[in-house]
Design a binder for this molecule. Structure first.
Ligand code: SAH
Ligand code: SF4
Length: 333
């Protein structure tokens, strides 16, 4: 529940909206540790405790990569499913959390460890929020951002993901700026259009990774089959127009596969006239099937993309030593 929903739920029990917010904020800060809610009568607290449930996730493993400080968490869900989240240090003073929206993923992007797992189920809102609450609880610096870039396709679990984002952005919840919450999708067109129409403050990132139908089909078969690239690009154009902002596109770069001169030319053609920001992510693949580009290959690709006139950022993808980097989340201890 969001704080507002909790208020509605508790109203028949004689709890005011302000008291419900106080309870919510207390729960986010203290979790299951105590019910010592300030400025609330004991008798009211007992009434609330009798009607609400505050389940949590079990942390099975935490691993910190000593090279860059990225820390991977492995959580067990009540039914035995497992998901991972990654705590990402930002400079020396804060963290961002990369969290999961599904156990596994129903899409089958060939380069992604989560995709190879198959799909178990959508996460409930509380299971998404609890990842943040637990990580924040033991963090030595403030947690100021959230990215839905862990396991799963967030836009196939739209309602629960948006409710979780609302809770993260709520001053009585995560108190995280809406602009510091990013939802990454492999291209679920109807959900992108809905997100655009609903005018959320959260940022959108779209995983493109191929510039033609054929290339995208070979790398992201289910996504391309269900939401063909032309429809996706139309939705990207509409989102840019509605937000009057550049749309972030993510492109996983794979040596010898999708970063040649033909790929760059196709990308320039595809995106002509659309304000975008391009994030290039070197592929990570523990199986060795896919390799990142050489420095020369990457440089030539970036040079060939200059006609786009778009900012091109090479995204750091950390925590490789603990299999926490992009595309490596496979929920194994
Ligand atoms: N399902 C969503 C969000 C999770 S994946 C999506 O696909 O967007 C988050 C990002 O990691 C996506 O941009 C995805 O393309 C990228 N990614 C997946 N596998 C990767 C890999 N092996 N190496 C690098 N990036 C990868
Ligand atoms: Fe699912 Fe995203 Fe991995 Fe594709 S890249 S399989 S959509 S998690």
């Amino acid at each position: 529940m969001t704080p507002a929903e909790l208020g509605e739920f508790l109203a028949p029990h004689g709890i005011s909206a302000v008291e419900a917010r106080r309870l919510f904020a207390h729960h986010v800060q203290h979790g299951r540790r105590n019910w010592d809610v300030k400025n609330l009568a004991r008798e009211k607290i007992a009434r609330v405790a009798a009607v609400v449930d505050t389940p949590t996730l079990e942390v099975i493993d935490r691993r910190r990569d000593p090279a860059d400080g990225f820390m991977k968490y492995l959580f067990a869900l009540a039914d035995g499913a497992r998901v991972e989240a990654v705590r990402i240090p930002i400079f020396d003073d804060k963290y961002t959390l990369c969290l999961s929206s599904q156990a596994g993923c129903p899409l089958d992007c060939v380069f992604c460890a989560t995709g190879r797992l198959g799909f178990a189920r959508n996460l409930a809102t509380w299971e998404i929020v609890e990842q943040l609450r637990i990580v924040r609880d033991e963090a030595d610096r403030p947690l100021r951002g959230v990215v839905f870039m862990g396991m799963g396709e967030p836009f196939l679990n739209y309602d629960n993901v948006i409710t979780a984002a609302r809770i993260f952005a709520d001053p009585s919840g995560g108190a995280i700026s809406g602009r510091a919450i990013t939802i990454s999708t492999s291209g679920v067109v109807p959900a992108i259009r809905r997100f655009t129409d609903e005018r959320h403050p959260y940022r959108l990132a779209i995983s493109l990774t191929g510039a033609t139908r054929a290339r995208r089909r070979s790398l992201m078969p289910a996504a391309e089959k269900t939401w063909p690239i032309d429809e996706l690009i139309d939705a990207v154009r509409a989102h840019a127009a509605a937000t009057r902002d550049r749309v972030t596109l993510e492109y996983v770069v794979i040596r010898g596969v999708n970063c040649g001169a033909d790929d760059a030319a196709a990308l320039c053609e595809l995106l002509r006239g659309i304000p975008v920001r391009l994030n290039l992510i070197d592929v990570n693949d523990a199986t060795g099937r896919f390799a990142p580009p050489s420095d020369d290959e990457r440089r030539a690709f970036i040079d060939a993309l200059q006609p786009l006139g778009a900012p091109i950022v090479r995204r750091y993808s950390g925590g490789k030593d603990v299999n926490a980097a992009c595309g490596m989340l496979a929920a194994t201890a």
